[in-house]
Design a protein around this ligand. Structure first.
Ligand code: DX5
Ligand code: ZN
Length: 230
């Protein structure tokens, strides 16, 4: 089913991470967002590329079946991604993002994702230089900048990655590209404004949303905070 996805960078998009939702109450957790979210971020971990395990394509498939209109943003923390992408592509996500550090064949993987009609994204760890992405930025719809070392929710924001957001925005303007810049890890009410002002188009938030009593209200308050600034 075709879902409307705009790459226009008008307002900050919020992608709650289901990693911090109750795995036995996924549907209740999604309902608790009260439609205040833009995308759903799905963290896939293989216990090899990152020191944690989460879930696989069956969850993405089930989410797609239950929520045909949701924008599913699937973040693959698996190595090598080329061994897994076909089953994720079959599960009909909107964005499929792969780590630059996880494959020697990044160009081929991104090309394959696009070929299957899914929007490709590329992710970089805090310790990876942004220049490593420059050769493939014309191929992607989203760049995910990790602001924690991937593997776990609830870690502290690494502010130093914001210079990569600046560099990506500059590269995008110079080369007349249209990918979105997404920031993931350690984000919440205390720093979302600074990340938005730093140039992020999309923010991922796990524990800061699902760790609260009323995730929908939390998102509403975060949106007010951002709007109050503009
Ligand atoms: C980390 C994941 C993140 C994580 C974010 O490996 O990629 O998406 O769930 O969680 P918080 O917002 O709690 O840092
Ligand atoms: Zn993530």
């Amino acid at each position: 089913m075709a879902r409307q996805i705009s790459l226009d960078r008008k307002e900050l998009l919020i992608a709650p991470s289901l990693l911090s939702a109750d795995p036995l109450e996924m549907a209740t957790s999604i309902a608790s967002l009260k439609g205040q979210h833009d995308w759903l971020h799905v963290d896939v971990m293989d216990g090899h590329f990152v020191p944690n395990l989460s879930y696989g394509p069956a969850l993405v498939k089930a989410l797609r079946k239950r929520y045909p209109q949701e924008i599913l943003d699937v973040h693959l923390m698996v190595e090598p991604p080329e061994a897994f992408i076909e089953s994720f592509l079959d599960s009909d996500p909107d964005f499929l993002t792969v780590h630059v550090e996880a494959t020697a064949h990044l160009h081929r993987v991104l090309g394959r994702i696009r070929e299957r009609g899914v929007r490709p994204g590329v992710v970089l760890n805090p310790g990876t230089p942004v220049e490593s992405l420059f050769p493939v930025l014309h191929m992607v719809d989203v760049v995910l900048v990790m602001s924690v070392n991937p593997g776990f929710g609830g870690q502290s924001f690494l502010r130093e990655v914001m210079s990569k957001v600046t560099d990506l925005c500059r590269f995008r303007a110079v080369h007349n590209l249209s990918f979105l810049v997404e920031v993931d890890g350690g984000l919440g009410p205390s720093n979302v404004l600074e990340v938005a002002q730093g140039g992020a188009d999309v923010v991922v938030m796990g524990s800061a949303v699902f760790g609260t009593e009323d995730p929908g209200k939390t998102l509403e308050e975060i949106r007010k905070k951002i709007a109050g600034d503009s």
